[in-house]
Design a protein. Structure first.
Lengths: 381, 98, 466
């Protein structure tokens, strides 16, 4: 079997990279240790959000958004994408001032998607919101999608273009030999001139093994879902000053996240829940959405996700041997970027460059003395 | 559908079932009380609006969900009646508490 | 700080009551948590305070529960009624909903005595109001003194169906028909197990006595019933079925069905304990040793939740688990444990000898699952049909967990309790692979839905230690 590229990791980024490589006529194999979409890609909050991104991520996020708006043209499935809007709320004037400052910053960078709103517009957009809130920041053409459906759609489209998927196969080590990257797995060796590391929460191991260690930890953002409620909410809601990601699905269930972390065991691939932290999350929801006080929580879970010390992903080539490309460590906000990251990786592989600014995501950015490293705090997936 | 074998002489409490007052034995489950007093169905399903009523009576099927004192999705077979309790049929995903 | 107990027992049925009483008598500090307001579990429900004028309606075996409850009350074990368990962690932390208030406790050891539930078997119309389980009918009888108004139809297979029929007859209830869905071939298949079962002659004799009682009362018993359907729009209006190659129909407003009982395994599965597919009892059960010890450190299982054995076997298993807990916690040594266990173990072994015979004799027909009509609802909560499940399998879905992502099957409030066993079997049958390989739903906490405000009120500290 002749391969042009081996992609490690069957999450959204791996599937997207494989799809874009296949669109460029490369023969591709995706190696996944569990099943496609089993971890963060399949169980995240599904936020398709440009709102409140790190300025470094905005160009990628904006490019990804263009792809989301036409996602069915790319993968032949609407991925459950809803143009619901995303909104970040302020509970007092201080928080609102921060959001307004943020909006000015985004506009100064040349983007128009973040718009501050006052109380009237806030309650028009989110009628169920507690009346103590004072305003917010809105991205009207953001939305959300179905994570598992999305990842599966990218996988199925890639497979239809000839990409092979090897699930239940664990990469034990990688090395470069005679111009090829060799992925050693528990099901044999696979060689290709190009290796793409989309291993998510396990991506740091491959990076380290190829001489590019990054400061990294594995986290387990927790989610709760309610029993069905009558429709009361359209946009995805976050909050300044609170850990919150809150949305109502078409089926009436409410999905609550926002970056409360449970226990993560990357080696075993398991998570544990911290119900004391979820109680905090429940208090936030009960305060902000009185309608939720009669709701019941049906299910809670956590997914495993890689978190880089500065909260930004690693995207780009390795610094050592040629032919290795990284796209991992999306630090709880990678889902929306998925479609664009595949394109970036494929452009790097085929053209050696991307038309998107990926300098801030260089894998060797920590080789320099680090500036202040923030503690992990999560986005909405 | 069901009848009482006999009056067991137990202490009674007053509840309302879909607005109608009923005197029911203290300590009885909401489901038993509502079955005797003809709540039919207990709810309509959230997915298709189909009528539903108690199935298992032991807390594992979640088909007896009703609104109790304004809170939807309560398991009628697991909750005991109490004086003044308002029991209501639940439509679809349920009216939510104000 | 969070209260800590030496031994936590979950469930107040025969296994839990016996375990808690035995352990308390051995000097352990025991707390028993149960979601019901009074001891007895489902089998002995209402046993301390029956609403029936004539408790003899329920039969002699029911009275044994009163003795168990009395011994438990006298044992000194702390009793927490109306206190459901919604979380178990490997560190033996228990999330409780204590009379509506969420709190945590921890325990040195835990005995899970969660008991059984009736096997959910889908058939057309089984979601209609007026279709209930035989167990539901029995609970209404035991706890509320309620019986069917007129012309109830009983259908299915298993000892409970016969027992309920007899109890109804004693209470003067008119039974329109008993539709026996036991496959006629079961008797022959069960025959090899009969010699072992004869040692528990009492159990078999009771079963035969029930049949005679029903026969003498002139109840219309229809054998070899298949293709059960519940008909009606807003509620049950009629029951249709096939028997003797002919289509039959009975007008009725109440159909009580029963297809045996299976362990309630969400609790044990939530701990990652390995579960086996029991191909004779057609259900998942946790893997445990002769003392009930599971693969989860400090967690034992006892009673029907560990595999169906009936009330007496549950009681014995509860005592054994308690003896082992006393040993593990240093109250007695292994020799004393074994000495005390010997007569219990002998009684348990005798009780279990009748099981293979009963399991096979009352095994539901495999066609109930394999021949499920495509338009029959399997997941009552999300209203997913057998056809949708087969279609998902056709699209590459290989197991119950993927099925959730494909169809939302198992993702409603019952958390897969009603569809889980069916789904594993149906996927296995569709793919032509053993159920064991197909696996079961991963259990996401909470074990029962919890109110958002109840969760919000959890202060993270719990109550002060007792």
């Amino acid at each position: 079997m002749n391969l042009d590229a081996v992609v490690v990791g069957g999450g959204l980024h791996g599937c997207s990279a494989a799809l874009q490589l296949a669109l460029r006529k490369l023969r591709c194999l995706v190696i996944e240790k569990d099943t496609v979409g089993r971890h963060a890609s399949g169980v995240n909050a599904g936020g398709v959000r440009r709102l409140d991104r790190d300025p470094a991520e905005i160009p990628l996020s904006v490019a990804a958004m263009e792809m989301w708006w036409a996602i069915a043209e790319l993968v032949g499935d609407d991925c459950g994408f809803r143009l619901s809007g995303q909104i970040k709320i302020a509970q007092n004037e201080t928080e609102l001032a921060v959001l307004e400052e943020r909006a000015r910053l985004v506009r100064s960078l040349g983007y128009e998607h973040e718009e501050p709103v006052g109380a009237n517009e806030l309650f028009r957009l989110v009628p169920a919101l507690s009346r103590h809130c004072v305003g917010g920041l809105v991205a009207r053409e953001d939305g959300f999608a179905q994570p598992y459906q999305t990842t599966k759609a990218f996988r199925d489209k890639a497979a239809s273009l000839g990409v092979r998927f090897l699930e239940g196969t664990r990469v034990l080590g990688v090395e470069r030999k005679a111009g090829d990257w060799i992925a050693e797995t528990d099901r044999g060796r696979f060689a290709a001139p190009v290796l793409v590391n989309c291993a998510g929460g396990w991506g740091d191991a491959i990076a380290a093994a190829t001489g590019d260690p990054v400061p990294f930890e594995v986290v387990a953002p927790m989610m709760m879902v309610s029993a069905r409620l009558p429709p009361f909410l359209t946009p995805v809601v976050g909050a300044a000053g609170r850990k919150l990601s809150f949305k109502q699905m078409d089926n009436g269930t409410v999905v609550i996240g926002g970056g409360h972390f449970g226990g993560a065991d990357a080696e075993a691939g398991t998570t544990s829940l911290d119900f004391r932290a979820l109680a905090e999350s429940a208090r936030t929801v009960a305060e902000l959405f009185p309608i939720m006080r009669g709701a019941s929580i049906v299910r809670c879970w956590a997914g495993l996700e890689g978190f880089v010390a500065d909260g930004l992903p690693v995207i780009g080539p390795g610094t050592g041997e040629p032919g290795i490309y990284h796209a991992f460590g999306f630090s709880t906000h990678g889902f929306q970027l998925g479609p664009a990251v595949g394109r970036i990786v494929a452009d790097l592989v085929t053209r050696g460059e991307s038309d998107l600014p990926i300098e801030p995501f260089r894998i060797d950015r920590f080789a320099k003395p680090p500036s202040a490293v923030p503690h992990p705090s999560a986005g909405s997936g | 559908m069901f009848k009482k074998l006999h009056d067991d002489g137990a202490e009674r409490v007053t509840v309302t079932i879909d607005g109608r007052e009923a005197r029911v034995p203290a300590g009885e489950t909401v489901a038993a009380a509502a079955l005797i007093h003809g709540l039919q169905p207990f709810r309509t399903s959230a997915v298709s609006g189909a009528p539903r009523a108690p199935y298992c009576m032991m807390g594992v099927c979640f088909d007896c969900l009703v609104e109790i004192d304004g809170t939807p999705n309560r398991q009628a077979c697991q909750v005991r009646v109490a004086e003044g309790m308002a029991i209501r049929r639940q439509d679809g995903a349920g009216e939510t508490a104000p | 700080m969070t209260a800590r107990h030496e031994l936590a027992v979950i469930g107040a049925g025969p296994a839990g009551l016996a375990a808690a009483a035995t352990a308390a008598e051995l000097g352990l500090k025991v707390a028993l948590f149960d979601d019901q307001p009074a001891p007895g579990g489902q089998i002995y429900r209402g046993v301390e305070r029956t609403p029936l004028a004539d408790p003899a309606v329920l039969g002699d075996d029911y009275r044994r529960g009163a003795d168990l409850a009395e011994a438990f009350r006298a044992s000194g074990a702390a009793y927490h009624p109306s206190c459901g368990v919604w979380l178990l962690t490997p560190e033996r932390e228990l999330g409780l909903l204590d009379n509506g208030q969420a709190r945590f406790v921890t325990a040195g050891r835990v005995i899970i005595a969660g008991g059984a539930m009736e096997r959910p078997v889908p058939f057309p119309g089984w979601t209609l109001p007026g279709v209930m389980t035989a167990g539901a009918g029995q609970i209404l009888l035991k706890s509320a003194g309620m019986v069917p108004g007129k012309g109830v139809v009983l259908a299915g297979t298993g000892p409970l169906l016969l027992l309920l029929a007899a109890q109804y007859l004693r209470a003067g209830v008119q039974i329109a028909a008993l539709l026996d869905m036991t496959p006629p071939s079961n008797a022959l298949r069960a025959l090899p197990h009969l010699p072992a079962a004869l040692s528990a002659f009492g159990t078999l004799a009771k079963g035969l006595a029930l049949k005679r009682e029903i026969h003498r009362a002139g109840v219309r018993v229809v054998k070899g019933v298949t293709s059960l359907r519940a008909l009606g729009e807003a509620r049950l209006e009629a029951v249709a079925y096939e028997a003797g190659g002919r289509e039959q129909r009975l007008d009725s407003e109440l159909l009580l069905v029963h297809f045996g009982v299976i362990p309630e395994s969400n609790t044990t599965r939530s701990l990652g304990i390995r579960h086996l597919w029991d191909s004779r009892q057609l259900c998942w059960r946790p893997v445990a040793d002769a003392w009930g010890n599971t693969g989860a450190e400090g967690f034992a299982v006892a009673g029907d939740g560990a595999g169906i054995g009936g009330a007496l076997a549950a009681e014995y298993a509860g005592r054994l688990a308690a003896l082992e807990a006393a040993r593990a916690l240093g109250r007695i040594d292994a020799a004393e444990r074994d000495r005390s266990a010997a007569p219990v173990r002998a009684a348990l072994a005798k009780e279990r000898r009748v099981r293979p015979f009963l399991d096979v004799l009352f095994q539901p027909a495999p066609e109930l699952i394999s021949q499920l009509a495509d338009d029959t609802v399997v997941c009552r909560c999300e209203e997913v049909t057998a056809g949708q499940i087969r279609e998902a399998v056709g699209q590459g879905c290989t197991g119950p967990n993927q099925l959730k992502s494909f169809t939302r099957c198992g993702m409603g409030p019952c958390q897969g309790r009603q569809c889980g066993t069916t789904v594993s079997q149906l996927i296995g049958h569709t793919l032509g692979r053993p159920v064991e390989e197909i696996g079961a739903y991963r259990i996401r906490p909470p074990l029962k839905p919890i109110g958002l405000t109840q969760l919000a009120a959890l202060d993270g500290e719990g109550e002060a230690a007792a």
